[in-house]
Design a binder for this molecule. Structure first.
Ligand code: COA
Ligand code: AMP
Length: 631
C-alpha cells in the first residue's frame, strides 16, 4: 500500500477515512455518526456505535474458530515460569473475574485500580473490567504508596486489584503493604482489595476489605460482555504533568479499538495469528496498547515478559524470548538496547540465537540516539524503527509504517506522521516555522480516533494544558523540527517533564517533595544526561541557615523521601548543596543553565541573572562532585 496516498486521504477527509477503518471492528451497533462534537466542544469518534473491548479481544476470535490459539505467552525469567494461555482459557478467566467483580457490586461506569506486576492476572483484570464497562486505572508497580494514594483520591476506585508481590531481578517487592499504606494516606477508601497470591512465601497483611482473587473467581460463573458506547471510557491512565499532580488521561473505547487494530497491521506489520512482543509494563501506555489491547484485538499472541533486558539472567534474554516464541515484531525502549549493548557490545549473545522470525524492531518511549539505532541495525539486520508517541495519543503519531510502506530512515527522526496526524511545528505565536527551525510540536484538531478524550475530573487542565496554547491544535509538550522532506525530529520536552529510562516523570513533583524536607530553604530538580537511561533527575538544594543537621544525612533523607513518595523508578540519587540558586531578576530558577552546567555543555551566563558568582559556585560544586555524563 502507498503511505502518502492514504495519508492525504486521512487528512483531507478524516470522516471517510476513519469510517473505512472502523469496518475492521466487530461493533455491536455500527456507528453512523463518525465524527462529531461533544458537550465540551471537543471532537468524538463513532458516537452512536456500541461495542465491547473484552468481546473484541476474546469472544470474537473464539467464534471465528481460534479459541485454541495462544493469546498470551507468559515468560518470566525471574520465576522460571513459561506459560501459554489460549484465547479459550483467557476468556474463561476473564468471564469469571468479571462475574466476581459484578458480585461485589461493580457496575458500568465504576472505577477500579489495578496495581499488579507483569503476570497474566494483570491482563485478566483489565479485560474483566472492560467486559462489564468498569473503567480501569492501572498503576505501575514501581510507584510508591504516596503515588498510589494520589490516584486513589483522583479516580475513587470501588476496588483495587493487586497481587502478593512483584519481583525485581531477585528482590521480592511486597505489594499489599504498599496498597494498605496508600489506602490509609488517601481520603477515599475503596470498598475492597482483591489480592492474587502468587504463593512465593510473601506474608500478606490482612484487612477487613480484603478478598482473595482465586476464591472470588472460583465461585463465579462466566459472564458475557456488555455493549458500551464508543465514547465510554475504557481506562484512565495517569501520566506526569508539569505540576506536582499527575493527570488521568481518559481513553475511549471505539476510537481506540479502531486505531489500535489499524496500527497493528499498518504500522507494526503483524497479521492475525503472528506473535508480537512489547517489552514494557502493563502500567505504561505501551503496555495498555501493545501488550494488551492491540495484539489481542488483532488476534496476535502477545508476550508477557516479567524480567529485564539484562540480569534476568543476562543480556541474551531478549534474543532468547524472540527466538523461542517466534516473535515477528518486537518493541522496546532505546534504554533497554543501551543496557544490552553495554553488556554485549559485539553482539556475541545475539549470534547464539536464530532470529530469522524477527522482521521488525521498533523503538520508542524516549529519543533514540543515532548510535543506538545504528548498533541495533547492524546486529539484527532488519528494519529498526524509531517511532514517536505518548500516553495522550495512545498509539503512534510519527512512524515508519512497516505494514504499509517502509520509507528511507534518517537517524534522529521517527520519519513522517502516521495516517490521521496533521503535525506542524509552531513558534510561540502559533505560526508554522520554516523547515529546519525548531519549534513546538502540535497536531491539528481533530485528533484521529484513539487519542485522549479528556483529563479525569479536570476539564480545565485538559483545555489549558493541551488545547489553549495554540488555537486549533493539540500541543504535545515536545519540541522538534521538520527537515526539507517533512521528516520530523523530536528534540525533547519543552516543559518540566523528564524521561528516565523511557519513564516519564515530573521534576515539579520531585521538587515539591524535596522542598518539604525541613532543612531545605529552596531547591531545583532537573534532568541531566545519562548514557544509560537518557536522563536522570538531580536536585540542588539551598539549606536553611538554622539547620544543624549533617549535610550527608540531609542528602540521604531527601533521596529516601523521593524513593518513598514517588518510587524507586525515579532513580533519584544525586543531591548537591549550594549557597544560592541562579535566578532571573524576576525570580525564576534558570533550569536550562543548571542542566547545561551539569551536562558540561557550553553555556552563556544570561544577563538576566542577578549574581554571576552563583554560577561559579555551582560549577565548582559540580566539578568537585564529578557529576555530568554518567552511567
Ligand atoms: N516494581 C518495583 N520496583 C521497580 C519496578 C517495579 N515494577 N520497576 C523498577 N523498579 C525499581 C528497580 O528495582 C530499581 O530499584 P533500585 O533503585 O532499588 O535498584 C529502580 O526502580 C530503577 O529501576 P530501572 O529503571 O529498571 O533501572 P535499573 O537500573 O534497575 O535497570 C535498565 C536499568 C535499563 C535495565 C532498565 O531501566 C530497563 O529495563 N529499562 C527499559 C524500561 C522500558 O522498557 N521503558 C519503556 C517503557 S515504555
Ligand atoms: P509517555 O507519555 O510516558 O509515553 O512519554 C511520552 C514522551 O516521551 C513524549 O512526549 C516524548 O517526549 C518522549 N518520546 C517518546 N517516544 C519518543 C521518540 N521516539 N523520540 C523522542 N521522544 C520520544
Amino acid at each position: 500500500m502507498n503511505y502518502l496516498a492514504s495519508y492525504d486521504k486521512s487528512i483531507q477527509n478524516p470522516e471517510a477515512f476513519w469510517k473505512d477503518q472502523s469496518k475492521a471492528i466487530d461493533w455491536f451497533k455500527t456507528p453512523s455518526n463518525i465524527l462529531s462534537t461533544n458537550d465540551d466542544d471537543y471532537h468524538q469518534w463513532y458516537e452512536d456505535g456500541t461495542l465491547n473491548m473484552s468481546y473484541l479481544c476474546l469472544d470474537k476470535h473464539i467464534s471465528d474458530g481460534y479459541g485454541d490459539q495462544n493469546a498470551i505467552i507468559y515468560d518470566s525469567p525471574v520465576t522460571g515460569v513459561k506459560q501459554a494461555i489460549t484465547y479459550n482459557t483467557l476468556k474463561a478467566q476473564v468471564g469469571q473475574l468479571a462475574s466476581g467483580l459484578k458480585s461485589l457490586g461493580l457496575e458500568k461506569g465504576d472505577t477500579a485500580i489495578i496495581y499488579m506486576p507483569m503476570i497474566p492476572e494483570a491482563i485478566v483484570s483489565m479485560l474483566a473490567c472492560a467486559r462489564i464497562g468498569v473503567i480501569h486505572s492501572v498503576v505501575f508497580g514501581g510507584f510508591a504508596a504516596h503515588e498510589l494514594a494520589i490516584r486513589i483520591d483522583d479516580c475513587k476506585p470501588k476496588v483495587i486489584l493487586t497481587a502478593s508481590n512483584g519481583i525485581e531481578i531477585q528482590k521480592i517487592i511486597s505489594y499489599k503493604p504498599i496498597v494498605d499504606e496508600a489506602i490509609i494516606t488517601a481520603n477515599h477508601t475503596p470498598q475492597n482489595v482483591i489480592i492474587y497470591d502468587r504463593r512465593q512465601g510473601v506474608k500478606i497483611p490482612q484487612k477487613d476489605y480484603d478478598i482473595n482473587y482465586e476464591k472470588l473467581i472460583n465461585s463465579a460463573e462466566e459472564i458475557e460482555a456488555i455493549p458500551v458506547a464508543s465514547t465510554h471510557p475504557l481506562y484512565i491512565l495517569y501520566t506526569s504533568g508539569t505540576t506536582g499532580k499527575p493527570k488521568g488521561i481518559i481513553r475511549d473505547t471505539g476510537g481506540y479499538a479502531t486505531a489500535l487494530k489499524m496500527s497493528m497491521q499498518q504500522i507494526y506489520g503483524v497479521n492475525e495469528g503472528d506473535v508480537f512482543w512489547a517489552a514494557s509494563d502493563v502500567g505504561w501506555v505501551v503496555g495498555h496498547s501493545y501488550i494488551v489491547y492491540g495484539p489481542l484485538l488483532n488476534r496476535n499472541t502477545t508476550i508477557l515478559f516479567e524480567g529485564k533486558p539484562i540480569k534476568t539472567p543476562d543480556a541474551s534474554t531478549f534474543w532468547r524470548v524472540i527466538s523461542e516464541h517466534k516473535v515477528k515484531t518486537m518493541f522496546t525502549a532505546p534504554t533497554a538496547i543501551r543496557a544490552i549493548r553495554k553488556e554485549d557490545p559485539n553482539g556475541t549473545l545475539i549470534k547464539k540465537y536464530d532470529l530469522s522470525c524477527l522482521k521488525y524492531q521498533f523503538l520508542a518511549g524516549e529519543r533514540c540516539d543515532a548510535s543506538t539505532l545504528k548498533w541495533t541495525e547492524e546486529q539484527l539486520n532488519i528494519p529498526v524503527i524509531d517511532h514517536w508517541w505518548q500516553t495522550e495519543s495512545g498509539w503512534p503519531m510519527i512512524a515508519n509504517m512497516a505494514g504499509t510502506e517502509l520509507l528511507p530512515v534518517k537517524p534522529g527522526s521517527a520519519s513522517l506522521p502516521v495516517w490521521g496526524y496533521a503535525i506542524d511545528i509552531l513558534d510561540h505565536e502559533g505560526k508554522i516555522v520554516p523547515p529546519n527551525t525548531e519549534g513546538y510540536v502540535a497536531i491539528k484538531l481533530p485528533l484521529p480516533p484513539g487519542c485522549l478524550m479528556n483529563i479525569w475530573g479536570n476539564k480545565q487542565r485538559f483545555k489549558n494544558g493541551y488545547l489553549n496554547q495554540f488555537k486549533g491544535y493539540y500541543f504535545s509538550g515536545d519540541g522538534g523540527y521538520k527537515d526539507e522532506d517533512d521528516y520530523i525530529f523530536i528534540t525533547g520536552r519543552v516543559d518540566d517533564i523528564i524521561n528516565v529510562a523511557g519513564h516519564r516523570l515530573s521534576t515539579a513533583e520531585m521538587e515539591e517533595i524535596v522542598a518539604s524536607h525541613k532543612a531545605v530553604a529552596e531547591c531545583a530538580v532537573f534532568g541531566i544526561n545519562c548514557d544509560l537511561k537518557g536522563q536522570k533527575p538531580m536536585g540542588l538544594i539551598v539549606l536553611k541557615s538554622s539547620t544543624n543537621h549533617k549535610i550527608e544525612d540531609i542528602k540521604k533523607e531527601i533521596i529516601l523521601k523521593i524513593r518513598q513518595e514517588i518510587g524507586p523508578v525515579a532513580s533519584f540519587k544525586d543531591v548537591l548543596v549550594v549557597k544560592r540558586l541562579p535566578k532571573t531578576r524576576s525570580g525564576k530558577i534558570l533550569r536550562k543553565l543548571l542542566r547545561n552546567i551539569a551536562d558540561t555543555n557550553d553555556y552563556k551566563t544570561p544577563s538576566t541573572i542577578d549574581d554571576v558568582n552563583i554560577i561559579n559556585e555551582i560549577e565548582s560544586v559540580y566539578n568537585k562532585n564529578k557529576i555530568g555524563k554518567y552511567n
